[in-house]
Design a protein around this ligand. Structure first.
Ligand code: SDX
Length: 368
């Protein structure tokens, strides 16, 4: 029996996270991700995801230093970044540059050291590409700054308020890991052949790029800009649903209730005092969209997903929409690399079957 999109198929065991679709819970190594996002740093939760337990003070210092020590890029990577055309999509440039990171320094066996290296350089690569595309000088990493603040600094050349850094940090912790989503599954399939971690995350970036996966926040911003006021919301949503088009920021393969990350992100957005009018419209559209989705798709339990409020946080911190999916990629590098390591401990290659619906076997006429 075919399971389209591998719906409800359990493809692996994992100790990294639990995505509880019925109760709307996200658990990282036993801890509630929402609580972690509001109390810990990116570095501490990356440590938890990789090692399986929260770091003590010494381990926290160690992981912060390791990430800082691994930010440097070889000159050929900067040359490659400069060579790629400015009108090439940022995600395509990130995918291309990451794929060029050699594995000789790593060897094939995925390790936490490689995970740290890739997590340290992905913000540097992303910021360098973004600055180049915008005709600005590339800004090198600043050793004084933590992972998230350094990312913002390399993007803008400026220091930012604690509130704004914490808002982005909360978003990046909440999007760091999410079980067997399409991009993580891609990384595990590559890792299952005993290929290297760089190849695995390159495939994951390709999957993340798609609007059904990581590309949705831009669609949310476009939707709210097109709706622009409460009076036009209902007719806009109805027309979209009548055209059988999906509403970006809604629906999820696993969550049958509101995505817990949407909940946490909407609280973060309030804390940083986002643009009230825009946020007011977002809350109104969210409520109406869920009602209309139930009317048009009764029983599917289609609810708000992470991307709806990811868009709100990104807009509140004035992040360019062209950086939404790249920023998701910067945070999800932690989850991908953790799953690649976990998969490499299981020497079973992913190889499902397919139901042949092609032509019945045709005997080749003898040619002589
Ligand atoms: C992420 O998997 C993860 O964990 C992903 C993620 C992560 O952290 O890695 O959580 C991140 O990818 C969040 C999702 C971001 N994408 C979007 O917001 C795009 C809009 N959402 C949809 O395209 C959709 O909901 C998916 C792709 C997210 C989920 O698709 P499913 O589970 O395969 O559901 P489906 O397409 O089979 O839909 C079931 C029904 C269909 O109608 P019928 O064919 O039964 O009549 O529900 C409908 C769909 O048309 N439906 C929607 C809808 N989502 C599902 N209808 C309108 N708008 C939507 N958003």
């Amino acid at each position: 029996m075919i399971s389209k999109g591998l719906k409800n198929v359990v493809a692996a065991e994992t100790a990294i996270s639990l995505v509880d679709g019925e109760k709307g819970r996200l658990i990282y190594r036993g801890y509630n991700a929402k609580e972690l996002a509001l109390q810990y740093s990116f570095e501490e939760i990356a440590y938890l995801i990789w090692y399986g337990f929260l770091p003590n003070d010494h381990e926290k210092q160690m992981i912060s230093e390791s990430l800082k020590n691994n930010r440097e890029l070889p000159s050929y990577v900067y040359q490659l970044i400069q060579t790629l055309p400015c009108d090439m999509e940022i995600m395509s440039q990130i995918r291309t540059v990451v794929s060029a990171l050699g594995t000789k320094e790593f060897g094939w066996k995925p390790t936490v050291e490689q995970a740290i290296r890739l997590t340290a350089v992905i913000p540097v690569i992303t910021a360098a590409i973004y600055r180049k595309v915008n005709g600005e000088k590339i800004i090198l990493p600043n050793r004084e700054l933590g992972h998230v603040e350094n990312y913002l600094y390399m993007l803008t050349g400026k220091r930012h308020s604690f509130a704004l850094i914490r808002a982005l940090e909360g978003y990046m912790i909440l999007t760091m890991e999410h079980g067997m989503n399409a991009s993580t599954f891609t990384s595990r399939v590559v890792s299952s052949t005993e290929s290297d971690m760089v190849s695995a995350v390159t495939g994951a970036i390709g999957a993340m790029k798609g609007p059904l996966h990581g590309g949705a926040p831009t669609g949310v911003i476009d939707m709210l800009n097109e709706i622009s006021n409460k009076e036009d919301a209902e007719i806009w949503i109805r027309q979209k649903l009548e055209r059988k088009e999906n509403l970006m920021g809604f629906g999820h393969r696993v969550y049958r209730t509101r995505d817990p990350r949407a909940e946490a992100l909407s609280e973060i957005t309030k804390q940083i005092g986002a643009d009230d009018e825009w946020l007011e419209l977002a809350y109104y559209v969210e409520k109406l969209a869920v009602q209309l989705l139930e009317e048009y798709k009764p029983g599917r339990r289609i609810n708000t997903n992470v991307e709806f409020y990811a868009a709100a946080v990104m807009k509140a911190i004035d992040m360019s929409p062209s950086l939404f999916t790249p920023t998701f990629t910067v945070s999800r590098m932690v989850g991908w690399t953790a799953h690649v390591i976990e998969q490499s401990l299981d020497n079973t290659i992913f190889r499902p079957e397919a139901k042949y619906i092609g032509k019945q076997t045709v005997e080749l006429q003898s040619l002589v």
